[in-house]
Ligand binder design. Structure first.
Ligand code: NAP
Length: 297
């Protein structure tokens, strides 16, 4: 059974996942571009690698949780990247949200090393990563998923098998397409409603009451009303995902007119200065334009 794990990318999500793997008793070698995050995990028993290649070397499972395609280009496919150290017979699992072309490039590079590969992006945010309750969307050979299922179960509460290699990535893009629309729809409803005299609590309470009610409106609507924009998932990464969704639409000849508008709303918010904040801060640029602030009364 695969027991020794290499882990590259200890950001908001990766550090929670890596901590849970350590707690579950796996031997972990970790790499992070900013070394301090890796050293924090060394205090919990992880070995710190100098390069992504060193994190992969000698391990039978390697997990990557990186920001975006350029991060994969540098830390996985590039010089000193994971692929350089990936052993023949090892299993590489990429949990980052990227585009299908990047996923295909990793799969090809892993295969050239005689390694196996799964794309396994995640849903659920900082808390779900810390609690080991992520939803995983897995693409690749089902038999490979079965080999690493015990490891993946440590970080997740649900594993969805999406299909062949690349379909985990596509499922994640469809997922975040939906989340971005829900966020922008709720934000516009709050700004319009509050400017016209409604209490924001009334809007959220009513959204929650019927068939469309969901925890998301309560969570992000509550954060907006409390003016709590501490980052669970950064706005700049949601903007990245929408950009990747539009590219996928182009590739598959699928018109995505509303995604294009939502992507530009997130572009405006990033240019407005909210890139590092939680993605629900997309409301701030709308508030600014409308001359109103959505705050709990
Ligand atoms: P994050 O906190 O920004 O962490 C990003 C990680 O990527 C860090 O380890 C960062 O290293 C590394 N990185 C970025 N650029 C790099 C480069 N050029 N070379 C090497 N390493 C690089 O992001 P996150 O929130 O953990 O998200 C990680 C992935 O999960 C993203 O693809 C995101 O879209 C996805 N995701 C996030 C959430 C969420 O709620 N946060 C939910 C689902 C999926 P440094 O520490 O040195 O910056």
């Amino acid at each position: 059974m695969a027991q020794r794990i290499g882990f590259a990318g200890l950001g908001i999500m990766g550090r929670g996942m890596a901590k849970n793997l350590l707690k579950a008793g796996y031997e972990l070698t970790v790499y992070n571009r900013t070394r301090k995050s890796a050293e924090d995990l060394a205090a919990l028993g992880a070995k710190v690698a100098e390069t992504p290649a060193d994190a992969a070397r000698g391990n039978n499972v390697v997990i990557t949780m990186l920001a975006d395609p350029p991060a994969i280009e540098s830390a996985v496919l590039g010089k000193g990247g994971v692929i350089e150290g990936l052993e023949s017979g090892a299993i590489l699992i990429d949990c980052s949200t990227v585009d299908p072309a990047t996923t295909a490039a990793i799969a090809e590079a892993a295969s050239a090393n005689g390694a196996k590969f799964l794309d396994s992006p995640v849903a659920g945010s900082k808390d779900a990563a810390a609690k080991g309750e992520l939803i995983l969307m897995v693409g690749g050979e089902e038999s490979v998923l079965e080999e690493v299922r015990p490891i993946l179960e440590v970080v997740s509460s649900k594993i969805v098998y999406a299909g062949k290699s690349g379909l985990g990535t596509m499922l994640k893009l469809c997922f975040n397409l939906t989340v971005a629309h829900m966020t922008s729809a709720m934000s516009q409803a709050l700004v319009l409603g509050v400017k016209s005299g409604l209490k924001p609590e009334t809007i959220i309470e009513t959204l929650m009451a019927g068939a469309i009610g969901c925890r998301f409106f309560e969570w992000k609507g509550g954060a907006i009303m409390d003016r709590d924009f501490a980052t669970n998932f950064s706005l700049k990464l949601m903007h990245k995902d929408l950009h990747l969704v539009l590219n996928a639409g182009y590739t598959h000849n699928v018109p995505l007119p509303v995604v294009a508008a939502v992507e530009e709303l997130f572009a405006m918010a990033k240019a407005h200065g909210e890139g590092e904040e939680d993605f629900c801060s997309v409301i701030k640029v709308l508030e600014d334009l409308a001359g109103v602030e959505v705050r709990r009364r």
